[in-house]
Design a binder for this molecule. Structure first.
Ligand code: MOS
Length: 694
C-alpha cells in the first residue's frame, strides 16, 4: 500500500455541508417544491392483484368531479418505447399504462390529473378498476421449482478446488441456511417529480440519484433526443438505491404533462413508495464452510437465492464476500434467481453485500463456536495474500487493521467466548463482530471547469447529493486539484445538461466525479493563459477508465456490537456499536462519519426491525407503511462509534475508494452474533424478532 498522500488544504478537513443552511431554513427546494405556472397534479392508483389483467376502468364519476382534468390509463396514455431499460437491460417496470397486464400488486395502473392534489386524490377514490385475476406466485425459497442461475453480468461464479473433498476432510462443517426478508428503501423524501414539455423538450425536477441516467431512460421512453430531456435533482432527501432507476413518478408526470399540455406534479405516498419503487429482494442462502481443527478454512460453498421479477433482470450479488474475504483451497458460489410476481427488485444500500455478509459472517461465527475459537482469531487466521478466487493482488486491503483496531477500541480482549455467560440483573449480555468488504471502482463521468475572470472557478459535474454532502466533498476535491482555497470554487451539480455522469450509487459516485474533476483540472492548468479571459476545460473520462481488473479493489470494515437480551420478553437492545472502516482516503471526516453511522443504523434496523411481509394469498405486501414496517427510531439507536483506519487507494489519483454502502453491509451479522453470545440461540433469519429469540 502506498502511504504517500499529497499535501492538501481541503481534503481531510471536517467541514459542514455547504447547503446545510438552505436545508435547515427550508430554502432548499426539493422536486415537489418546484414552482411551475399552471401546475396540475397527478394521483396514482396502484393494482390490487398480484397477477392478472385489467378488465375495466370506470372513470365516469371521477371525470365529473371538481377540478379533474382527466384520467390516464392503458387506453389513452402516451405510448412508450419498450427498449428502455435500467441497469440490467430492458425493464418492463418502466412501461407504465401501456397495456392491461398486471405483473405485480402495486403496479401503477391509473393516473388521475386535477387542478389540486386534493382534487386528484378525491377523484382517484371514485375510479373503479376491475381486474381479472390470474394465479400468482410469491412463494420465495431457494428450492423453488423456477429457481435458475442468476445473471453472470458481474463475472463468472467462483469454482476453485474440490468442494466436496475439502468438506469431507474438514474437522468441522457448518451447513446452514440463512434468510433475509424483503426490505424497502425508506428515504425521508418520498419520490416526487414536477415535469413539463416545452418546444419538444422534456423538463423535470425529479427526486433521483442520477439525473443523467434518468434523462437517458426518459429519452428512450418518449422517443426524443437525449439532449432534449433536461432533468434536475438539486436536493434529494435520501435515496438508498430506490431513486437510482428512473422512477414511476417522473414517467407518469411526463406522460400526463404531454397529454394535458401543462406542467404536472406527481408525488408518491409512502405506501406507493413501498409498493411501486424499489425492493431489496428476500434471500435464502445455503452456506457450507469446512475448517481444520486449528481454524484453517478448507471450503466455502455459498448458494444464495434471491427473488426477482420476470419484468427485469437483476443481480443481488451476495457472493462478493465469499470470494474475497477469506482464503480457502475450495470456494464455490452459485448465485440463484427466483422469478416471482413481485415488484422488480433493485439495489438497496449495500446491495448483495448486506444480505450476503449476514450469511457468511454468521456462519463464520458458527465455525468459531464449534472450534472453541475466538471469532476474531478465526478471521485473522484466514486472511488471503491475494484474491482467493481471482489470484489478483489486492489494491489496498486493510481488513486486518479494521479488525485489530476495532477490537482494541471496543475492548474485545478478555471476552469469554462461551454463550450465555454475561448477565446484568435479569438481562443477558453478549458481544459479536463481523468483517466485510464492498467492491469499489470508478465509472465514466464528465466534468467541466471554467476559470472565471474574477479568479474563481466554476466546476460542473453531473453529481447528485442525496444527503451525503457530495457538493461539499467535491468542492474540496476541486479546490485541492486546482490548488486554490474552497472560497474560490463554485460547484454545479445535479443537472443532466452538465453531461454524462455516473449517479450517486454503487459506492462509486464520489470516486467517479472526483476522477473527472482531477482530469478537467489538469487540462485546465495546461490552458491557463491570460487571467482576464475565462477558459473552460471539459473532460469525459470514458476513454480513461480501463475495465480490465488488474487488482481486487474493495473497501473493508469490521463492526462490533454489544446487545442486551431480556430473557422474559425476548427484547433485544443494541447497547453500543463500533465500526472501523477502510475506505481509501477520507475527503471530509465529518460527512464520512455521518454516512457510515447512518449505514450502521440501517444495518441495525435490518437486524432487528425491517421486514416486508407479503401475503401469499393476495401476493400483496401487507405492511407498506411506517406503522407496519418499523425502521429504527432514535430510541432504538445506541451510542455508535465509527472511525477510519489510514488508507490510500493506489489506483485513484486522490487515493479515494468508496464509502456509501460499506457501513450497512457488516452490521446485521455483528448484532446476530452478539445475540447468540448473549443467549446461545442462533439467529439465522432476519429480523431478530422476539419470537425468534425466545
Ligand atoms: Mo446504492 S443501493 O448503489 O444506490
Amino acid at each position: 500500500m502506498s502511504t504517500e498522500q499529497p499535501a492538501t488544504a481541503a481534503i481531510g478537513d471536517a467541514r459542514p455541508r455547504i447547503e446545510g443552511r438552505l436545508k435547515v431554513t427550508g430554502a432548499a427546494r426539493y422536486a415537489a417544491d418546484e414552482p411551475a405556472p399552471d401546475l396540475a397534479h397527478g394521483w396514482v392508483i396502484t393494482a390490487t392483484v398480484a397477477r392478472g389483467r385489467i378488465s375495466a376502468v370506470d372513470a365516469s364519476a371521477a371525470l365529473g368531479m371538481p377540478g379533474v382534468l382527466g384520467v390516464l390509463d392503458h387506453r389513452n396514455a402516451p405510448r412508450l418505447d419498450p427498449r428502455a431499460g435500467n441497469y440490467f437491460g430492458p425493464d418492463g417496470s418502466l412501461l407504465l399504462l401501456q397495456d392491461d397486464v398486471v405483473p405485480y400488486a402495486g403496479r401503477p395502473v391509473v393516473l388521475v390529473v386535477a387542478e389540486t392534489p386534493e382534487q386528484a386524490r378525491a377523484a382517484a377514490g371514485a375510479v373503479v378498476v376491475t381486474y381479472e385475476p390470474y394465479p400468482h406466485d410469491v412463494d420465495f425459497r431457494l428450492d423453488h421449482p423456477a429457481a435458475r442461475p442468476a445473471s453472470t453480468a458481474f463475472g463468472p461464479e467462483a469454482d476453485t478446488g474440490d468442494i466436496e473433498a475439502e468438506l469431507a476432510a474438514s474437522a468441522v462443517v457448518v451447513d446452514e441456511r440463512y434468510r433475509t426478508p424483503e426490505e424497502n428503501c425508506s428515504a425521508m423524501e418520498p419520490h416526487a417529480a414536477t415535469a413539463w414539455w416545452q418546444d419538444g423538450h422534456l423538463h423535470a425536477v425529479d427526486s433521483n440519484q442520477g439525473p443523467f441516467s434518468v434523462s437517458q431512460v426518459l429519452a428512450t421512453l418518449f422517443g426524443v433526443d437525449r439532449d432534449h430531456v433536461h432533468i434536475r435533482a438539486e436536493h434529494v432527501g435520501g435515496g438508498f438505491g430506490a431513486k437510482g432507476p428512473c422512477g414511476p413518478q417522473v414517467i407518469l408526470a411526463s406522460m400526463a404533462s404531454r397529454s394535458f399540455g401543462r406542467p404536472v406534479r406527481v408525488v408518491l405516498t409512502r405506501e406507493q413508495v413501498f409498493l411501486a419503487t424499489a425492493l431489496r429482494p428476500p434471500t435464502d442462502q445455503w452456506l457450507r464452510i469446512g475448517a481444520d481443527a486449528d481454524g484453517r478454512l478448507r471450503a466455502v460453498h455459498h448458494r444464495p437465492a434471491f427473488a426477482l421479477s420476470p419484468l427485469a433482470e437483476y443481480i443481488e450479488w451476495c457472493t462478493e464476500q465469499a470470494r474475497t474475504l477469506y482464503a480457502a483451497p475450495a470456494i464455490r458460489t452459485e448465485l440463484t434467481a427466483v422469478p416471482l410476481d413481485i415488484l422488480p427488485p433493485s439495489p438497496m444500500r449495500g446491495p448483495g453485500a448486506t444480505p450476503g455478509s449476514f450469511a457468511l459472517e454468521s456462519a463464520m461465527d458458527e465455525v468459531a463456536e464449534r472450534l472453541g475459537l475466538d471469532p476474531l482469531d478465526l478471521r485473522l487466521r484466514n486472511q488471503p495474500a491475494v484474491g482467493p478466487v481471482s489470484g489478483l493482488p489486492f489494491s489496498s486491503r486493510r481488513s486486518v487493521a479494521c479488525l485489530r483496531e476495532g477490537a482494541r477500541r471496543f475492548g474485545w480482549a478478555g471476552r469469554d467466548h462461551r454463550p450465555r455467560t454475561r448477565r446484568e440483573g435479569r438481562l443477558l449480555i453478549g458481544t459479536g463482530l463481523a468483517a466485510t468488504c464492498f467492491s469499489a471502482g470508478v465509472f465514466p463521468s464528465t466534468a467541466s471547469i471554467t476559470a472565471e475572470a474574477d479568479g474563481t472557478f466554476t466546476v460542473a459535474v453531473g453529481a447528485t447529493d442525496i444527503g451525503t454532502g457530495a457538493r461539499t466533498a467535491l468542492t474540496a476535491v476541486a479546490a485541492d486539484t486546482l490548488g486554490v482555497g474552497t472560497e474560490r470554487i463554485r460547484i454545479r451539480i445535479a443537472d443532466s445538461d452538465l453531461g454524462m455522469a455516473w449517479g450517486a450509487g454503487g459506492s462509486r459516485g464520489t470516486t467517479s466525479w472526483s476522477f473527472a474533476i482531477t482530469q478537467a483540472a489538469a487540462k485546465l492548468r495546461e490552458r491557463l493563459g491570460d487571467p482576464a479571459r475565462p477558459v473552460t476545460a471539459t473532460v469525459d473520462t470514458t476513454a480513461l477508465i480501463d475495465y480490465q481488473p488488474a487488482t481486487e479493489r474493495h473497501t473493508f470494515s469490521a463492526v462490533f456490537a454489544e446487545v442486551s437480551v431480556d430473557p422474559a420478553t425476548g427484547e433485544v437492545r443494541v447497547r453500543r456499536m463500533l465500526g472501523m472502516f477502510a475506505v481509501g482516503r477520507v475527503i471530509n471526516p465529518l460527512l464520512a462519519r455521518s454516512q457510515v453511522v447512518g449505514g450502521m443504523i440501517m444495518g441495525l434496523s435490518m437486524a432487528l426491525h425491517e421486514e416486508g411481509v407479503r401475503d401469499p394469498a393476495t401476493g400483496r405486501q401487507v405492511n407498506p407503511d411506517f406503522a407496519g414496517y418499523h425502521i429504527a427510531a432514535h430510541a432504538d439507536v445506541p451510542d455508535i462509534e465509527a472511525e477510519f483506519v489510514p488508507d490510500y487507494e493506489p489506483q485513484d489519483p486522490l487515493g479515494l475508494n468508496g464509502l456509501g454502502e460499506i457501513g450497512t453491509a457488516g452490521t446485521a451479522a455483528a448484532i446476530a452474533n452478539a445475540v447468540w453470545h448473549a443467549t446461545g440461540v442462533r439467529q439465522r433469519t432476519l429480523p431478530i424478532r422476539l419470537d425468534r429469540v425466545l
